[in-house]
Design a protein around this ligand. Sequence first.
Ligand SMILES: [Zn+2]
Length: 362
Amino acid sequence: MRKFLVWFFSLVGKDADAMKNAILCLHIEHQKAQKAIDTARVRLSKVKEQKLQHIGDLKRHTLEKTTAAVDRMHSKATAEEADIDQKYNEAKEKVSEKKRIANDLKCKAGDLAVVLSKNKNKKILLCDIETMANLAWVWGIYEQNVIAKEKEWHMLSFAYKWLDEKKTYVRTLPDYPGYAKNKECDKALVSDLWKLFNEADVIIAHNGDSFDIKKSNARFIANGLPPPSPYKTIDTKLVARRYFKFDSNKLDTLGEMLGLGRKLQTGGFDLWLGCARGDKKSWKKMAVYNLQDVRLLEKVYLKLRAWMNNHPVVDFDAVCKCGSNDVELRGPYRTKKRFGKRFQCKQCGAWGHTFENGKQKN
Ligand SMILES: [Zn+2]
């Protein structure tokens, strides 16, 4: 450029000083322009740097913001998870509690059902026991006073039947493992009888009030057993005596007179002596004899039942004591204070009456 201007001014004839000044001016302008460019460059660089800084800041800020947001979300999710866990555990506990309550209710319902069924259909036990005689010393044979008692009596066997079941059962001392060691220990036998008494609502026995039940109680208490749960008793001997005038009220006689069968022949006291010796045949015979007593007892009881006017209520759903609802109304029934209806059972012939509140008596 300078060469060009020198060449140009040499051509146009201007003087060297003017040209120098012009060049100087141009040079100064050039420097200014260069400075301006540098300044602009610096500014541009600064702006660029600022922009980069700004972008960096923005990036960092965004990253921080995002990280914070992610952290918040994580914390929230963790809290929600803990909350869900807690609610799940609480719900689980509630479910277990409800299950426990349901289970308790189920058990109570079961107990109630047992109680109701026991009250509705009372358990009626027919029973007969056989005992060993006392062993004593006497001076003579006829009408003797006992000088000394050698051995106390014990229970030999019992037979039983639940009225609503078909089978009749018998238990004798040799049925128990202890018999081999001690032929007179009746603890296990008596304990089994106690369980039956405890289960029964009504116990039927011939001469039971005077003999079977009291004798059994004597062995219960002697063997350390508590009283069984309360039950009513029906003594067929007392029923026969109360309502009839038979020549004899023995079970064998009643069975024969009513055409129901007889007791088995025991063959006398030899049978008891045979059992005392541990003779198997004697025990077998004792068991059969005992079973037949209960079978005959049931027949006699069923025959006498219609005549009994103090028979315990055994089925609250049945009008008659025999369990039947097949009855015929036979006029009004009245006491001084209450009114009702009289009926006769078509099944067993028993008479009874109901009161207006629905409670029956027969
Ligand atoms: Zn009846």
